[in-house]
Design a protein. Sequence first.
Length: 53
Amino acid sequence: MLSKCQYQAGHNGKDFDFAFITHEIQRACIAVPQFNVIDTMHDVPLTFVQGSA
């Protein structure tokens, strides 16, 4: 199933989630596929600022 994934998405993924998930995949002795990553904390522009509405 992992081999069919093209993207890995998470919030704060670059600083935590993606490294954690990679480690767990390796711990399970599964080959870690190459993913394109989307981190909503860094890659998605802020479109709503509290108090601006």
